[in-house]
Design a binder for this molecule. Structure first.
Ligand SMILES: [Zn+2]
Length: 417
């Protein structure tokens, strides 16, 4: 048996990940960050009706449009947390669309159908999808995140890494050892960039916050709701700081605590949460006095973070500490590059300090290369590099290892024999 791989999105870019195997199994179905909910899918399925969707993890760029194809009744599989996060984000997409008068690509009935029919599987459970047996492996990226291994009836093994972190964080253990495979589709987000060691980074981050608070300013820490908010709370707790917490990250945190088996140390997360003060919307303006506030959205494109910044943007004694990658075109990107912020009604020129910290949940350059070396050492033959800006360089680097390495373009199809 041959198998075919069709790359629908996420090639040479971060966003809208989707890979189709034999036109039957869809690995992820995501949207591009910052894209409006009524934007037509960048990769229409053109009449192809996959019978199975496996969702690697609950980030919008991997699960954002899964409810779009519930009308063809695919069987969706994911870990329990990924199922929860997919529904949580879809609900948010619907409410953003409602508020802005847009027509989203799916409606609440599609979402209900997803919640009713999506099956949950745990790491290492084996489940059948057509001619393949599938298994999920802990990817160490966010709670519930998985790499997917598919094994065909005649023994071809395809490993899709999804987003993966081979290093421990406070919130999660590193990914589990990657299984042997013949074909690997690997993420490439940080190819060419190594992360600052966590301990060092945490110290600089915490020192900067202390300095701001000691001078009487406010320290605003925008965080992604999923993963980053919880990680940052744990860092602050460990260093004896007592933050306020506001936004979607609070709901996600409460839910994570219900799945202790997917966390490195659920007691430590609970303790970090108890150490923080949850902000009620009506008290937001009042707490802005020499406060430390952890809040969404991580790229400043909405949420309470924008409210706080619109109140103190011209205070040179205050600081905004970004905690993740800022996609081009987002408010966070403009804040960093031009000290500029756009709210619904105004363009603000920031007099407060803007800093960025790389608390990434992805493998750095060294770990990505190590993972490919392992794949080759175990007899891997075909490699595809996706999900990054430098996928072609990554494929060229891997080519040195006598592996057939390609950086596909969106829409490319390959046959594996
Ligand atoms: Zn992700």
């Amino acid at each position: 048996m041959n198998c075919s791989l069709r790359f629908l999105g996420g090639c040479g870019e971060v966003g809208r990940s989707a890979v189709l195997i034999d036109d039957d199994i869809l690995l992820d179905y995501g949207m591009k960050p910052g894209e409006s909910p009524d934007h037509p899918p960048s990769y229409p399925l053109n009449g192809i009706h996959p019978r199975t969707i496996i969702v690697s993890h609950g980030h919008l760029d991997h699960c954002g449009v899964v409810p779009n194809i519930m009308d063809v009744h695919p069987q969706v599989y994911s870990t329990p947390i990924t199922k929860y996060l997919t529904a949580f984000l879809a609900k948010d997409t619907l409410s953003i669309a409602r508020r802005s008068g847009q027509m989203p690509l799916f409606d609440s009935q599609d979402l209900q159908e997803f919640v009713r029919s999506a099956r949950i599987v745990d790491y290492r459970d084996r489940f059948e999808c057509g001619e393949y047996t599938a298994q999920l492996y802990d990817a160490g990226h966010i709670p519930g995140s998985a790499s997917v291994l598919l094994e065909s009836e005649n023994g071809i093994r395809i490993l899709y890494t999804g987003d993966v972190n081979h290093t421990d964080t406070r919130l999660l253990n590193r990914s589990e050892p990657q299984p042997k495979a013949d074909v690997m589709i690997t993420e490439s987000t940080y190819f060419g960039t190594d992360h600052t060691p966590r301990k060092e980074l945490e110290q600089v981050f915490v020192d900067s916050i202390r300095d701001t608070l000691n001078r009487g300013g406010n320290a605003i820490v925008p965080c992604f709701a999923i993963g980053r908010t919880q990680e940052v709370l744990m860092i602050l707790h460990k260093h004896g700081l007592h933050p306020h917490i506001d936004g979607m990250g609070v709901d996600v945190l409460r839910r994570f605590i219900q799945y202790p088996e997917y966390l490195r140390d659920s007691n430590a997360l609970q303790a970090a949460f108890s150490n923080a003060t949850v902000v009620k919307p009506e008290t937001r303006a009042r707490i802005l006095k020499n406060a430390l506030i952890v809040t969404t959205a991580g790229m400043l494109n909405g949420g309470p973070a924008l409210f706080y910044l619109s109140k103190i943007y011209d205070d040179p004694g205050s600081k905004v500490l970004l905690t993740g990658y800022q996609v081009k075109g987002t408010n966070g990107y403009h804040a960093l590059t031009h000290k500029r912020l756009t709210t619904k009604s105004r363009v603000l020129h920031l007099r407060m300090a803007v800093e960025q910290y790389d608390f990434s949940a992805h493998s750095g350059d060294k770990e990505l290369k190590g993972s490919v070396q392992k794949f080759c050492d175990h007899g891997g033959e075909v490699l595809f590099t996706v999900h990054g800006d430098r996928t072609e360089e990554f494929a060229a680097w891997a080519g040195e290892y006598k592996v057939d390495a390609t950086a596909p373009a969106n829409g490319d199809e390959f046959m594996i024999e």
